[in-house]
Design a protein around this ligand. Structure first.
Ligand code: PRP
Ligand code: MN
Ligand code: MG
Length: 180
């Protein structure tokens, strides 16, 4: 049985701070893609909350599709082995693709996705991540849009899980260390 008591967790980013940041990102993206259409590619499962909120802050025509990738399983450490569990439904050829992620940690997931998706000849390919943990990077990768840079802490909530739990929490919390 896992503790589902928020009081045992330290809050890192509040609901309000997330809301303001998502609005800011949506405005910036809408400005940068002005006169164009964008296809947002959410990386399941972690990005589903952020993708839903971000899309509603865009003022440009947009589509959404999802990819499911997994590398962490039930661990707090990346296995380094990325698997596509579900591919896109649609072609991205000649489309402006914006990958939407909840967090960039080692960068291995996105590095793999950039390689894979770029072979499909998109008109452009960019990354928007809510959270960035630059200290943990194992490959040279800089997201185009970053919500918050955070220190090397295992965080949950707002789509981010530990062993599939806590994705539903509306703010971002630090997983207590004894649980790792
Ligand atoms: C997490 C997170 C990112 C990825 C980042 O996904 O949502 O997709 O890890 O880590 P990296 O930069 O070290 O590759 P996870 O594999 O846990 O799957 P999930 O989204 O279904 O939770
Ligand atoms: Mn993920
Ligand atoms: Mg995960």
């Amino acid at each position: 049985e896992r503790a589902y008591d928020k009081d045992a967790f330290k809050q890192l980013i509040s609901e309000e701070e997330i809301k303001d940041k998502v609005k800011e990102l949506g405005e910036q993206i809408s400005q940068d893609y002005q006169g164009q259409e964008v296809i947002a590619v959410g990386v399941l499962k972690g990005s589903f909350v952020f993708a839903a909120d971000l899309l509603r802050q865009l003022s440009i025509p947009n589509e959404i599709d999802f990819l499911a990738v997994s590398s962490y399983g039930a661990s707090t450490k990346s296995s380094g082995i990325i698997r596509i569990l579900k591919d896109l439904d649609t072609s991205i050829e000649n489309k402006h693709v914006l990958i939407v992620e909840d967090i960039v940690d080692t960068g291995l997931t996105l590095n793999y996705l950039l390689e894979t998706l770029s072979t499909r000849k998109p008109a452009s390919l960019k990354i928007c991540t809510l959270l960035d943990k630059p200290d943990r990077r194992e490959v040279d990768l800089t997201p185009d849009y970053i919500g918050f840079q955070i220190p090397d802490l295992f965080v949950v909530g707002y789509g981010l899980d530990y062993a599939e739990y806590y994705r539903d929490w509306p703010a971002i919390y630090v997983l207590p260390e004894e649980d790792e």
